[in-house]
Design a protein around this ligand. Structure first.
Ligand SMILES: NC(=O)c1ccc[n+]([C@@H]2O[C@H](COP(=O)([O-])OP(=O)(O)OC[C@H]3O[C@@H](n4cnc5c(N)ncnc54)[C@H](O)[C@@H]3O)[C@@H](O)[C@H]2O)c1
Length: 294
């Protein structure tokens, strides 16, 4: 089994996608920590065991640093390692931005972004010392592409992409691979949002199947895997080659006049790190200066 001897933590695993992720990872041999706020954690841990797997139920909140630290300590005491962290816990507080209050905005940021940060921080040094770690952030099409009524949720979900981009760079030397999963699935979160027929096709299990590629030994890093109904895509943050318009006072008009060239995606790249943007800009500026246009 691909994940034999691995230990995985799945947050928000008391139902929905987290439950399905926990059962999936256990089926592939991992010992699974089923973490959620309430008794759902115990029920799913029993399900994992009934299916022949090993599970530990933890009732905790991803936003509570002390509870997360206790969970990690208990897992290390019982199983001695942590290989996989699936940051899956989440909530919705949908409203148009006009009607959204800041307390709800902060709450959603707190659970999705800070919850993932707190859990990741708690396992980071362990994974560095093991020279092995696989972390999955759960992002969303709402963050990647926007969704009416989900400004708070979308901001939090896109923040996780930024978190993943840098962690994948910092974790590389310790074989810590960090990826994002953008699911579409019928859960209590999406109940009533889609027609019955669509919900029937959007099984959580179909999303979980995508996890193995992201957590196995040969996993990629910095990937955004989109998954729903058995179909898989990848999303990228890209950069156009752009256009040099100069840095002087006429540049503002130049940006407007060159909008189509700046926007041209035919030679897009996926930069390996943020510095690629600055390098591209300087290269264009120096090239223009060399021919006397700078
Ligand atoms: N279902 C979809 O189509 C969809 C689409 C995009 C992203 N997502 C994301 O997938 C993840 C799972 O969502 P789901 O659809 O299974 O929803 P869900 O509501 O069924 O599951 C979320 C789980 O997270 C738990 N949770 C909430 N706050 C928590 C906290 N502070 N600490 C620990 N656990 C907490 C809940 O108790 C629940 O069991 C979420 O991050 C969600 O944003 C889902």
């Amino acid at each position: 089994m691909t994940l034999q001897d691995k230990v995985a933590i799945v947050t928000g695993a008391g139902g929905g996608l987290g439950r399905s992720h926990a059962l999936f990872l256990a089926r592939h041999g991992a010992r699974v920590v089923v973490m959620d706020l309430g008794e759902g954690a115990d029920a799913v841990a029993r399900e994992v065991e009934a299916a022949g797997g090993q599970a530990m139920a933890v009732r905790a909140s991803v936003t509570d640093e002390a509870q997360v630290a206790t969970m990690v300590k208990d897992v290390m005491a019982q199983w001695g390692r942590i290989d996989i962290l699936i940051n899956n816990a989440g909530i919705l507080r949908d409203k148009t931005f006009a009607k959204m209050d800041l307390a709800d905005f902060r709450l959603v940021m707190d659970v999705h972004l800070m919850g993932s940060v707190i859990c990741t921080k708690a396992v980071w040094d362990i994974m560095r010392e093991q020279n092995h770690g696989r972390i999955v952030m759960t992002t969303s099409s709402s963050g990647l592409f926007g969704n009416f009524g989900q400004a708070n949720y979308g901001a939090a979900k896109m923040a996780l992409v930024g978190f993943m981009q840098t962690l994948s760079l910092e974790g590389a030397k310790h074989d810590i691979k960090v990826n994002c999963l953008a699911p579409t699935a019928a859960t209590q979160m999406t109940e009533g949002l889609m027609p019955e027929q669509a919900l029937a096709a959007l099984k959580t299990e179909a999303v979980s199947e995508g996890l193995l590629a992201l957590v196995r030994d040969d996993a990629p890093t910095r990937a955004i895997l989109c998954a729903g109904a058995g179909h898989f895509e990848r999303a990228y943050v890209t950069l156009t080659p752009g256009a040099f318009v100069g840095a002087g006072p006429q540049a503002a008009e130049g940006v407007i006049a060159s909008w189509d060239a700046i926007s041209d995606r035919s030679a897009d790249t996926v930069p390996e790190a943020g510095r690629a943007q600055g390098q591209q800009e300087l290269q264009a500026a120096f090239a223009a200066a060399a021919v006397g246009k700078g």
